[in-house]
Design a protein around this ligand. Structure first.
Ligand code: PLP
Length: 359
């Protein structure tokens, strides 16, 4: 019959290797992940805490929020946790689409403003929710044109999204100009500043201004310099009123992330040595890659991130074929005119293989 199986006899199955041979050697330079992560302290936290996954452990969210508040010099009430920054972006999309179309507007419908090109994978949610996309071209040196963003805002604009530094171009806004711009826009419109890559720069976050302005939301992630992309941890920083509104459409408020991931994030925040190492290793591999790409006639945009935006207009081979033949995963073309593409900065030896593949 069905007797009770003693707990000790549950064998731990051997782990199957889920990767195929070709995946093991694949050089992943597509998604701006951190090739060195997770940090040693985060790895230990993952391993140590698997065994408490049988409990919800709600209090761990409270601890992570307290650490993040401290790190960003804000209060606990200014933080909201999400499953990656993408969940936060989705919550913002839900928030700003709430009153779409309630009154007939000049252009017919609610809209959002975004630089072009910028990080727009997440804007499918805004499109789905019925907002019209207003794209604002970058300056000729591939920077976000703050003045043009400001001018693109009209009475139907529900959201302005600024990715700083910008993905895919790697350019950064000058902080003073950015503060001035978002201060003006946020008087009537929600401004979302995506700081996914700010940790690769020395620029200070805009977190210090969220309590002076009613409509500013900062979004941050553990996916990049902290090396926790697969662990899915991100967060919003905003004033309490906005945080509460965002939390209203997240039923499992602050707890969409597993307890193991949250504890890994807490540990990561203590691993400053890892973060500063990643910063330097990225800078070195990035500089090497830019120098070599320029030798291959590929114009590069100066980068403030862990990726490089460069032009294939004068490259005389089939770039994508070269990558494929060498088992390298790269990015797509962004602007047909100029054939701009993006490559993630991996480890130095990976970047050497990348350059060798192009030669
Ligand atoms: N924002 C930017 C600018 C990104 O480049 C990415 C990922 O590449 C994300 C947000 C989403 O990251 P995650 O959901 O892993 O935090």
């Amino acid at each position: 019959g069905l007797g009770i199986i003693p707990f000790e006899s549950f064998a731990v199955p051997t782990t199957e290797n889920i990767f195929e041979e070709k995946d093991i050697n694949l050089i992943r330079l597509r998604s701006n992940e951190n090739p060195y992560g997770p940090s040693p302290l985060a790895r230990k936290a993952f391993a140590d805490n698997v065994n408490i996954s049988n409990r919800y452990n709600w209090d761990v969210a409270t601890r992570l929020i307290a650490d993040l508040a401290k790190r960003n010099s804000v209060k606990d009430e200014n933080i909201l946790l999400g499953a990656g920054s993408t969940e936060i972006l989705d919550l913002v999309a839900k928030l700003v689409s709430q009153d779409k179309g309630h009154e007939p507007k000049v252009n017919g419908s609610a809209n959002y403003v975004i630089a072009d090109p910028s990080y727009d994978y997440w804007t499918v949610t805004l499109d789905y929710l019925g907002l019209t996309k207003i794209k604002v071209p970058l300056t000729t040196d591939k920077k976000i044109n703050l003045q043009a963003m400001l001018e693109a805002v009209n009475q139907d604009t529900k959201l302005v999204y600024i990715c700083n530094p910008n993905n895919p171009t790697g350019t950064i806004c000058e902080r003073e100009a950015l503060v001035e711009c978002v201060t003006r826009i946020s008087q009537n419109t929600i401004v979302l500043i995506d700081e996914a890559y700010l940790d690769f720069t020395k620029q200070q976050s805009l977190s210090n201004i969220v309590n002076d302005h009613k409509n500013i939301i900062i979004v941050k992630t553990f996916s990049k310099i902290y090396g926790l992309a697969g662990a899915r941890i991100g967060y919003a920083i905003a004033n309490k009123t906005i945080i509460d509104k965002l939390a209203n459409s997240q039923s499992n408020t602050n707890n969409s992330v597993s307890v193991v991931s949250k504890l890994a994030a807490i540990a990561s925040l203590k691993d400053d040595k890892f973060v500063s190492n990643c910063y330097i290793l990225n800078e070195n591999a990035r500089q090497y890659t830019i120098n070599e790409l320029q030798k291959l006639n590929c114009e590069c945009i100066s980068s403030n991130t862990n990726f490089i935006y460069f032009s294939l207009a004068k490259y005389n081979k089939d770039y994508f074929k070269q990558l494929e033949n060498n088992n390298i995963e790269g990015g797509r073309i962004y602007e047909e005119q100029g054939k701009w593409t993006r490559i993630t900065v991996g480890k130095m030896n990976e970047m050497k293989q990348f350059i060798k593949a192009l030669e």
